[in-house]
Design a protein around this ligand. Structure first.
Ligand code: ADP
Length: 451
């Protein structure tokens, strides 16, 4: 790193703020944690070298407020901003404002975010790079009539998606033409409320695919590393619950093709930093289709870190600050298998209702191959304003079964008292015959919950 270390402003909260703080420390970089009033007592703030309040509890008045974040960097002398995931991490305007203010945005260029972060535009970019994409509307669908026309072309079932969407919001499955007008209105309203942008696009809905995503790490000068894939098919309402690497169902030749497609995609835009190309894979036909690109760190990045032995957040910082990566693809070898379980402050017995409140007691599991990324501590009050992720438990082992058994032991040990969590639900899921066999798809969890 450079002689006088760059100071990094961490513009996020929860476990990821802590994750970035740790990476900064490992690289000897001073950092500042930017926090909202509701996060004054968060673990990242408690452990920070320095912290600065950027507004009230509402994210729209703090973590999403670009001018406050820039002002916080200027006030504290930070010259780089790490956006974590969510909030402003995929906002090309924010990346541009950082650049215009002489600050390093730890992520790809505004142009790369623009080209790949906009879901409809990304599909067009990919198609040009020769990557197979899910059949659907070319660009957005502006009204019910154009959605109907696109649906007729690809055939039902179809899915309407928010152009600016994420986290499974603003998405509607439409089984036949009669339901399209109503679904269009609801999806557009949800997209407007959630992302300030009602624009939608339409895709053919694939039945029972697997969600397989490729981790990319690029140096911005044409060097691209492909760090294998993650299977994130176990989802509730299109939101990931368990992730694993490698994908148990992916034949080696399909994996190779998928890696090549992901690399081609980012090479076409001179990408820098980490990124994830998401695909849907159809085991019955062995076909895969590009779905979207996430131009940021993913929640599930630890499974890749354990299998490939790379600190992805440190690598992000290295690319942003030094513009180079210390590895070549041929020097990197994946090792074993990793599984991540997301533990949320939700009550599975009440349809996963959010359960904010005070943690009376917290015990984190340990042992060989176990990693816990969490901002919990005894007495911590989980605020009701943000997403409900409490902890990620990640298990690594020489093969899938070793990792799975380590995870079961870890989940048995994992204890949170005072609020409901999804830990026990996750344990049952890992013991289900579908998971044991590795035989599941994107609807499996919803089917289990209906039974
Ligand atoms: P978000 O960005 O909101 O997470 P994605 O586009 O990544 O949305 O999709 C989330 C999940 O929704 C996918 O992993 C998959 O399970 C489901 N999904 C999305 N598009 C399709 C499709 N065309 N066919 C079948 N399932 C889909």
């Amino acid at each position: 790193m450079s002689e006088s270390p760059v100071k990094v402003l961490i513009a996020n909260r929860g476990e990821v703020a802590l994750r970035v703080l740790r990476a900064c420390r490992a690289l000897g970089l001073p950092s500042v944690v930017a926090f909202s009033e509701a996060d004054r007592n968060s673990l990242a703030v408690r452990l920070a070298d320095e912290a600065i309040c950027i507004g009230s509890a509402a994210a729209s008045d703090s973590y999403l407020k670009a001018d406050r974040i820039i002002a916080a960097a200027e006030l504290t002398g930070a010259t780089a901003i790490h956006p974590g995931y969510g909030f402003l991490s995929e906002n090309p305007h924010f990346a541009e404002i950082c650049r215009d203010c002489g600050l390093v945005f730890v992520g790809p260029s505004p142009k790369a975010i623009q080209l790949l972060g906009d879901k409809a535009a990304a599909k067009a970019t990919m198609q040009k790079a020769g990557v197979p994409v899910i059949p659907g509307s070319s660009g957005g669908v502006n009204d019910v009539a154009s959605a109907e026309e696109a649906a007729r072309k690809v055939g039902y079932p179809v899915i309407l998606k928010a152009v600016s969407g994420g986290g499974g919001k603003g998405m509607r499955l439409v089984t036949d033409a009669a339901h399209l007008p109503e679904a269009f209105q609801t999806a557009a309203a949800e997209a407007k409320a959630g992302f300030g942008d009602p624009s939608l696009y339409l895709e053919k809905y694939l039945v029972a695919p697997r969600h397989v995503e490729v981790q990319i790490l690029a140096d911005g000068k044409g060097g691209v590393l492909c760090l294998g894939e993650r299977d994130c098919s176990l989802q509730r309402h299109h939101q990931k619950v368990v992730e694993e690497s490698p994908c148990a169902a992916l034949p080696p030749e399909v994996r190779k093709k998928m890696m090549r497609a992901a690399a081609a995609a980012v090479q076409s835009v001179g990408y820098a930093g980490v990124g994830t190309a998401e695909f849907l894979f159809e085991p019955s036909t062995q076909n895969f289709y590009f779905m979207e690109m996430n131009t940021r760190l993913q929640v599930e990045h630890p499974v890749t870190e354990l299998v490939w032995g790379i600190d992805l957040v440190a690598a992000q910082l290295q690319v942003a600050l030094v513009g180079a990566l210390p590895w070549k693809q041929e020097e990197l070898q994946p090792r074993g298998h990793a599984i991540e379980v997301r533990i949320n402050a939700e009550d599975p017995t009440r349809d996963f209702a959010p359960c904010p409140g005070q943690v009376q007691f917290y015990h984190a599991p340990g042992g060989p191959g176990i990693r816990v990324d969490s901002h919990l501590y005894d007495g911590y009050v989980v605020p009701p304003y943000y997403d409900s992720l409490l902890a990620k438990v990640i298990a690594h082992g020489e093969n899938r079964e070793v990792a799975r058994r380590r995870m079961l032991t870890a989940l048995e040990e994992f204890t949170v008292e005072g609020i409901a969590t999804t830990a026990e639900f996750a344990r049952a899921l890992l013991e289900s015959p579908s998971f044991v066999k590795g035989d599941y798809h994107t609807d499996t969890l919803q089917e289990m919950l209906r039974d």
